[in-house]
Design a protein around this ligand. Structure first.
Ligand SMILES: Nc1nc2c(ncn2[C@@H]2O[C@H](COP(=O)(O)OP(=O)(O)OP(=O)(O)O)[C@@H](O)[C@H]2O)c(=O)[nH]1
Ligand SMILES: [Mg+2]
Length: 382
């Protein structure tokens, strides 16, 4: 059962569409959606106790097995809600962590997710041991057997966190060497970035004819895939990377854990910022992507906006020109319209990429004496 609480914030999703998609991606089937309005969250239950009763009754009636909140719950609120409703209660953060855990494939990805989960869990330990808590309450003194157990588990988690961090450090060092090798190759590097489900993997496949996993799920891609893309138009090859999608309110532990991966993924000469033009929320999604880019210090990399899914736009919403510009943080950025699925606009996109790769090459060669400032070439024109 999905629950959303409208606290008057701009990105409130009244249909709980994204939460529903997240739930489905995690393998759950939404049976009902409940939303309500509040000026501020209730300290104990997040919603009022009347609303909590309503959730409990509807959940019983429909046979729901879990309640998911679109907003982040404090460990205390989560615990109280579980007691009140009698079902597991989780929030968006937990759901995203679950999906990342299910999806992670590479050794490093698994370690990163593990770290983020351990950190999330360490603040919420108590609720898994609620029977011990009751026991402690019954005795009426602090420091009973329950508390000792919790402390023990905390310490174990603390040690796991330390171990995972160490292993992660080791993997990162290895990857650092790989990256230096790549930088020496001097190929023009392009990364596909964008909000989750925008169509990055579909576009990646359309461009390199690879078969990256694309699905109507959130976070279909977690690990970065890189391929060579030959641009006949320019007579050169560039590297193209498909990366993990961004989402609003990405859990903090995850941002930290994935920072290295994200930074490496977007360690590019050009970012192809893919946007789901058919999603009415696209301006907010662009904003979220820009925010993450800023957080990881990548907002100065040149961008080319790719407005995807034009096949899904109504006839009266079709673009007038396939290439124009769009104001990103009040800077005009070139924008191109495509349909990765119907392979529309791909040729134009390739031309754009070729142009940029050639410009970069000219700039690089221009730095070296005697190559592009060739006097014969300069005098050859009419
Ligand atoms: N109608 C339409 N659907 C598209 C287009 N491109 C992609 N899709 C669909 O959008 C969904 C998401 O596509 P993906 O390529 O997996 O998106 P992604 O950005 O890689 O998503 P994550 O890896 O989850 O971040 C899939 O169901 C695609 O079939 C398009 O041009 N038109
Ligand atoms: Mg993908």
């Amino acid at each position: 059962m999905l629950v959303g609480v409208d606290l008057g914030l701009p990105h409130f999703d009244g249909e709980l569409e994204e939460l529903g998609l997240l739930a489905q991606t995690a393998g759950l089937q939404p049976v009902a959606r409940i939303t309500c309005k509040r000026r501020a969250p209730d300290a104990a239950l997040f919603v009022g106790s009347g609303k909590a009763d309503e959730i409990r009754m509807l959940a019983q009636e429909l046979g729901a097995t879990e309640v998911l909140f679109d907003q982040a719950l404090s460990p205390g609120q989560q615990r109280n809600l579980e007691r009140h409703i009698g079902l597991p209660v989780n929030d968006r953060t937990f759901l995203i962590l679950e999906i990342f855990a299910q999806r992670a494939r590479s050794h490093e990805g698994k370690l990163q997710v593990e770290l983020a989960r351990l950190q999330y869990l360490s603040t919420r330990l108590v609720r898994r041991w609620s029977h011990l808590e009751r026991q402690r309450g019954g005795i009426g003194t602090r420091g009973g057997p329950g508390e000792t157990q919790i402390e023990l588990d905390r310490r174990m988690i603390g040690e796991s966190i330390k171990r995972t961090k160490e292993r992660l450090e080791k993997v990162k060092k290895q990857r650092g060497t790989q990256r230096r090798q790549r930088q020496r190759r001097e190929t023009f590097a392009i990364s596909l970035i964008g909000y989750t489900n925008a169509g990055k993997s579909t576009l990646f496949n359309a461009l390199v004819k690879a078969r990256a996993y694309a699905a109507d799920q959130l976070f279909a891609t977690l690990d970065t895939t890189t391929r060579q893309l030959y641009l006949g138009e320019a007579g050169l090859s560039v590297s193209l990377s498909d990366t993990v999608g961004f989402i609003r309110d990405l859990p903090h532990g995850l941002v930290d854990a994935f920072q290295a991966t994200l930074q490496e993924a977007i360690d590019a000469d050009l970012l192809l910022h893919v946007v789901d033009a058919a999603n009415p929320e696209f301006p907010q999604q662009i904003e979220q992507v820009m925010k993450v880019l800023q957080e990881i210090g990548a907002d100065d990399i040149p961008q080319l906006l790719v407005f995807n899914k034009i096949d899904a736009l109504a006839p009266d919403a079709q673009p007038l020109r396939m290439l124009d510009s769009y104001a990103l943080d009040s800077v005009q950025v070139p924008r191109i319209f495509v349909s990765a699925r119907k392979l529309e606009g791909i040729t134009l996109l390739r031309q754009q990429l070729a142009e940029r790769a050639l410009q970069a090459q000219a700039a690089r060669l221009g730095g070296k004496p005697g190559s592009s400032d060739d006097p014969e070439e300069a005098g050859a024109g009419p």
